[in-house]
Design a binder for this molecule. Structure first.
Ligand code: SF4
Length: 322
């Protein structure tokens, strides 16, 4: 029998430098949070190396490259190799995964030192995924990319997928979980859409009610767990995931040193909790109040807070990080 007590944050993670390398991308996702920044272009190689150096001095021991799309940069191999040479223990590539459809690209990026592959797959079919990415052929390339990394790395490089939950794909999350399990990914994450950028300008088309999506998210978690794969869910509070509280991603996110283009936030987790997310008066009666971040604030600003009802009983302790 598991020990019954309140959930706790996992305190075992190292500080992570999250470096936005720029905004160039070969997809044009319907929900892209960075859509408004596309004209800002990419950072220089020197700027990114300097940012890595500053984060290292300030205690970061992991680095995650994101964008835009980091893998389309010609210097991506150089950046990854530099990060490893500096001593970063983990080098994540958060990517749409399309460049990984080339075996030569996969060999080169593994040789450079990528340690964690973090591709995005948003649907179980080309029809759904490509409709969301607005890039014909992207589903085929991303799936091939996952195959390729699994084949070459032979389990040495974990594959952590991310799938943005939208009005278009939420009924298909169970089928997506089946597909990701068949691709033998290490961890799958369902991230509820954040209504910024394109997702803000297309809010009615893209953002579902959480309570409509939850049954499908829960079924996705059940399928993943049944196949022995950890499933995480981002931006959905504990009150909507009862029974699956240990899948709440926010429990495991490490301290983050965020480098956007032109500005840095050294403790992004504080800004995320205090400014970007929102809690409600009723949360004060909830047993998860002390660890819960609430949803991204744009959601209750649009839909209100009725869906978030306090949990007034004990839950299970979180034992393992993903
Ligand atoms: S009621 Fe509030 S504190 Fe409790 S899980 Fe929901 S959002 Fe979080």
């Amino acid at each position: 029998m598991p020990v019954k007590k309140n959930l706790q944050h996992c305190g075992c993670r190292k500080k992570r430098a999250v470096i936005v390398v720029g905004f160039k991308c070969i997809n044009d996702c319907h929900f892209c949070v960075a859509a408004d920044k596309r004209t800002l272009g990419d950072k220089s190689t020197e700027d990114i190396m300097r940012e890595m150096g500053d984060s290292w001095k300030d205690g970061a021991r992991e680095v995650l490259f994101t964008g835009g799309e980091c893998s389309v940069r010609e210097d991506i191999f150089e950046l990854v190799a530099h990060a490893r040479k500096m001593g970063f223990e983990q080098v994540y590539l958060q990517t749409n995964g399309r460049m990984f459809s080339s075996m030569a690209f996969c060999e080169k990026i593994l040789l450079a030192g990528m340690t964690i592959f973090n591709p995005a797959l948003h649907g179980p079919t080309a029809e759904i995924h490509d409709r969301l990415t607005r890039a014909p052929g992207s589903f085929r390339q991303t799936v091939l990319g996952i195959h390729n990394i699994r084949k070459i790395a032979r389990g040495r490089v974990p594959i952590l997928t991310n799938s943005v939950v939208t009005k278009i794909n939420y009924p298909h999350l169970p089928a997506l979980a089946e597909l990701l399990a068949s691709l033998r990914v290490s961890v799958m994450q369902f991230a509820f859409v954040h209504a910024m950028g394109h997702a803000s300008s297309s809010f009615d088309e893209i953002v579902p009610r959480k309570t409509d999506a939850i049954p499908y998210i829960r079924e996705g978690i059940r399928i993943g767990k049944q196949k022995g794969i950890r499933v995480m869910v981002e931006a959905v509070p504990f009150c909507l995931l009862q029974g699956y509280e240990d899948s709440v991603s926010e429990l495991y996110i490490p301290p983050v040193d965020l480098w956007d283009k032109g500005w840095r936030i050294e403790q992004f987790e504080i800004v995320r909790k205090n400014e970007a997310k929102m809690k409600f008066p009723q949360c004060r009666r909830c047993i998860h109040d002390h660890i819960c971040e609430g949803p991204w604030r744009e959601y209750p600003e649009h839909f209100g807070s009725d869906e978030f009802q306090p949990v007034e009983r004990e839950s299970l302790v979180v034992k393992n990080s993903p």
